[in-house]
Design a protein around this ligand. Structure first.
Ligand code: FES
Length: 143
């Protein structure tokens, strides 16, 4: 069996939503201290819906494929749904990632959460801190 699914290869070779958004409503940047990869997510939010999303990822192929798939999964979704996106859902949508690459999809979940938190903070919207756990030392992210 190939190490990477066709979907991973497709999103790695032709990533969707790459780039920067002018005047974003929320920006989230996270990094994996161990591998040094960085992911940045830009959100445009209109009427509580993710109207547009772009990403910049400096990282491995799985991180790029995860960012691409994650942006596709939240685009057009209500903010409340985007907040529920898990790395597991991203990995599943990619038809799986090798076990030692699952942490790359964690980066996508974290970057989206960070961008949503930025949006809430900028607009003075109250939120449940439990939705934004401190994941810096998250064991899933260990290489
Ligand atoms: Fe670092 Fe994939 S190896 S995010």
């Amino acid at each position: 069996m190939a190490l990477y699914s066709e979907k991973v290869m497709d999103h790695f070779r032709n990533p969707r939503n790459v780039g920067v958004l002018e005047n974003p409503d929320g920006v989230g940047e996270v990094g994996n201290a161990k591998c040094g990869d960085i992911m940045k997510i830009y959100l445009k939010i209109e009427n509580d819906v993710i109207a547009d999303v772009k990403f910049e990822t400096f990282g491995c192929g799985s991180a790029i494929a995860s960012s691409s798939m994650a942006t596709e999964l939240i685009k057009g979704q209500p903010v409340s749904e985007a907040l529920k996106l898990t790395n597991k859902a991203v990995a599943e949508a990619l038809d799986g990632l090798p076990a030692h690459k699952l942490h790359c999809s964690v980066l996508a979940e974290e970057a989206i959460k960070a961008a949503l938190k930025d949006y809430y903070d900028k607009n003075g919207i109250a939120y449940d801190p439990a939705d934004f756990p401190d994941t810096e030392d998250c064991e899933h992210c260990a290489l």
